[in-house]
Design a protein around this ligand. Structure first.
Ligand SMILES: C[S@@+](CC[C@H](N)C(=O)[O-])C[C@H]1O[C@@H](n2cnc3c(N)ncnc32)[C@H](O)[C@@H]1O
Length: 400
């Protein structure tokens, strides 16, 4: 008898992100979703040899609970867990609302493998001590209670949604206004290139920082009043791997990734490398220009590197007009996302000072220079003070 049909799709990258979030997460995830009969295959894929474990000389769930798996998760493990997850979700949907299943109640059995699974299970299940049995039982009961609770609330939420839809359809409840558009405003003709050809100069920690700065660039541009065309060039190596694995960069819309250099993509006379070390000060942002930002984190190890690179390539350079409006306690080197955020706010307001006050961390500010008289420059800013307009300074994603 067919009670219902359930379908579920699951993206591998989602499961990978879920199980890589923190140490021990893979074990926790597997413990929560796998049926007893699925453990042998899972342990084979993770390469865990539980026979070598003296306290638990058997291959069952309690062994894995006692020793979290660590290290890089292989594609095979991600695929195994993702397919189990999707199948269990599909089974849940098929039986809903007649029966509220928990993940662990569902096992995916490949035809022809039942006998093999049985054999594995029989040969691997040694006797457990009484204490170990009690612990295992308690853990399983706790898990089951949690799953039940979750299943209950999930069903409750689903029923509430169905009920609300019915009320809207019958006119009892007014139709809600359409959701706010996700994307920002007007697309300008300005292009900003994030030059990512510095992978080899960064530590692993800095790679993580630059990946979150690039992600921030992508997300702020998406919601900006005036958006720029954003792209990454010299894309490859660890930063690429990090952005695609942890930040889902493959799914980004309106952001181009290029392995090539900007030199292979644009005419030289349109390129301007933005660098704090340039003698030229940016007056405004021009439509036909392509502004390049050095997408790297170096904690001041490579002073003047982008300036030198641009000089060697014969490209124009410019720095943000920070010195024209503000005095800083430190060098005027900002993170790549701070520079882009300043550019975006300048495009929106036409006001460099306002844009910089919003995104330069207050700890870097010494005074506001009265060089350019404006409504907001008559106030003196001391370190860590508020901006004249009382706005809070946005904190950078990461230090440069
Ligand atoms: C953390 S900085 C990298 C510093 C690096 N030592 C260098 O040589 O550029 C990241 C990038 O943000 C941009 N940037 C930072 N401060 C800037 C400023 N004051 N004016 C223009 N661009 C700036 C530059 O493109 C720079 O490469």
């Amino acid at each position: 008898m067919i009670v219902g049909i359930g379908i579920d799709l699951c993206r591998f990258s989602r499961i990978r992100a879920l199980i890589s979030r923190k140490p021990g997460q893979l074990t926790r995830f597997a413990t929560r979703i796998l049926h007893q009969s699925e453990w042998a295959e899972f342990q084979r894929l993770t390469g865990e040899n539980h026979d070598a474990d003296h306290t638990h000389g058997h291959s069952n769930q309690s062994t894995v609970i006692s020793r979290p798996l660590t290290g890089e998760v292989s594609d095979a493990v991600v695929r195994y867990l993702s397919t189990r997850w999707a199948a269990k979700e599909a089974a849940y949907k098929a039986l809903f609302p007649h029966r509220l299943l928990t993940w662990k109640e569902v096992a995916v059995v490949k035809r022809g493998n039942e006998a093999k699974n049985d054999a594995v299970e029989k040969s691997s299940s040694g006797p457990l001590s009484k204490n170990a049995q009690k612990r295992l039982l308690k853990a399983q009961q706790r898990e089951a209670r949690q799953e039940e609770r979750k299943a209950f609330f999930r069903a409750h939420r689903k029923a509430r949604k169905v009920r609300r839809r019915e009320l809207i359809a019958s006119g009892t409840v007014p139709t809600p206004p359409p959701r706010k558009q996700k994307f920002g405003g007007v697309q300008t003709d300005i292009t900003v290139v994030l030059d990512m050809a510095f992978d080899h100069l960064m530590t692993d920690k800095e790679i993580i920082s630059i990946a979150s700065q690039v992600t921030r660039c992508y997300s702020v541009n998406r919601v900006a009043e005036k958006m720029v065309s954003l792209m990454a060039t010299g894309f490859g190596g660890r930063a690429k791997e990090r952005l695609e694995r942890a930040n889902d960069a493959k799914d980004w819309k309106g952001f181009a990734f290029e392995e090539k250099s900007y030199l292979d993509l644009f005419p030289k006379d349109r390129l301007v490398y933005l660098t704090a070390d340039s003698d030229n000060v940016l007056e405004t942002l021009e439509d036909d220009k392509i502004y390049i930002l050095g997408a790297f984190v170096d904690r001041n190890r490579y002073k003047g590197l982008t300036y030198q690179k641009a000089q060697e390539q014969g490209i124009a350079t410019a720095q943000l007009p920070i010195g024209k409006y503000l005095k800083l306690t430190t060098r005027k080197v900002l993170t790549v996302n701070q520079v882009l955020e300043i550019m975006l706010l300048y495009l929106e307001t036409g006001d460099w000072e306002k844009a910089m006050l919003q995104f330069i961390p207050h700890r870097k500010l010494l005074t506001a220079q009265p060089a350019q008289p404006s409504a907001s420059t008559d106030a003196t800013l001391t370190e860590n003070s508020e901006t004249p307009s009382g706005e809070k300074c946005a904190s950078p994603v990461n230090n440069s």
